[in-house]
Ligand binder design. Structure first.
Ligand code: ATP
Length: 302
């Protein structure tokens, strides 16, 4: 009977996941392994990541044929660089991330990693190379250890311990009654937004991917937690090609390059200082958020 209910459970979970707007696409695909809109090419080869140089070349995409969302995006993300994508709600920021993970195929142009078109490599190898820290992490009704190890099949206790340290949740876990064996979720421990983020970071560290996609949480964390998590994220970005989908501009100041997306086009790009000097959309968004910070509101880039 449980065999019968499993798929139903799964569907419920997928539904909740989509409803919450979560893009834990890795989890979704790993679990379902079906429903994918894209298929491996007959002669698909495993992706060979040398440095992790990501390029979008004239990328076009729409969820519906008559409504283009991305209208020719060119992005060159050098290996190991951190690029932040900002812009108004609905600009297409998360769509960029979904395309990179090949949740959908581009309708024009191409995306390459170290020169390999992502449509020509196996999805398993592509998704193994990309780690996603989603906006809102889905935790399973399982132990906290299971939730972390889920990042990688066959993770060793040492790898898990290292990830726990890297994500700065070692103290939190040590203080739990059963440590890593403590159950979480609906039937167990409830984690705060910040703690869930850290579990997601640990899960990603276990996976140890050369490419990272960070979809910044939109839900307001208190400012101290946010600053702590920001520091942890910046440390895991080291040595990996990172794309940050950002809502708070305060978290993108350190990025090597900031891309401003508006209505499916890149309208500005540069470092924080360059964009402020330019006095365009980014500078305007920055001024607005600075004012909101002064007024004590949660600064969100929308
Ligand atoms: P936000 O800052 O609000 O997260 P965003 O810049 O990430 O916004 P996207 O989520 O990429 O925006 O969405 C871009 C556009 O695509 C929006 O108009 C959205 O309504 C549309 N869209 C997103 N997902 C789908 C989908 N699965 N089917 C159809 N349209 C979609």
């Amino acid at each position: 009977l449980s065999q019968l209910f499993r798929p139903l459970d799964m569907l419920g979970w997928v539904y909740r996941t989509i409803r919450q707007g979560v893009i834990d696409m890795g989890a979704m695909f790993d679990l379902l392994d079906t429903g994918a809109e894209v298929k491996d090419a007959a002669d698909a080869q495993p992706l060979a990541v040398q440095q992790g140089h990501v390029r979008f070349e004239g990328v076009q995409f729409g969820y519906d044929a008559d409504r283009p969302i991305l209208k020719g995006i060119d992005l060159d993300i050098p290996a190991g660089a951190t690029v932040a994508v900002v812009g108004p709600s609905g600009a297409g920021k998360s769509t960029l991330a979904r395309l990179m993970y090949r949740f959908y195929d581009v309708t024009g142009g191409r995306i390459t990693i170290d020169g390999q078109d992502i449509r020509e490599v196996t999805q398993a190898s592509l998704r193994a190379a990309i780690g996603i820290v989603p906006q809102d992490t889905v935790l399973f009704n399982e132990t906290i250890g299971y939730n972390i190890a889920y990042g990688r099949e066959g993770a060793t206790p040492e790898q898990i311990a290292e990830a726990v340290r890297g994500a700065s949740i070692a103290n939190f876990i040590q203080a739990l009654p059963d440590g890593l064996d403590t159950r979480v979720g609906e039937r167990g421990l409830k984690l705060s937004g910040g703690e869930k983020q850290r579990v997601a970071i640990a899960r990603t560290l276990v996976k140890n991917p050369p490419i990272l996609i960070l979809d910044e949480a939109t839900s307001a964390l208190d400012s101290r937690t946010e600053a702590d998590i920001q520091a942890t994220l910046e440390s895991i970005e080291q040595g990996r090609t990172t794309i940050v989908i950002a809502h708070r501009l305060s978290t993108v100041v350190h990025a090597d390059r900031i891309i401003v997306l508006e209505a499916g086009r890149v309208v500005e790009q540069g470092t924080h200082a360059e964009l402020l000097r330019e006095g365009g959309i980014y500078a305007e968004m920055w001024a607005r958020q600075a004012q909101e910070r002064e007024e004590g509101e949660a600064p969100v880039a929308e």
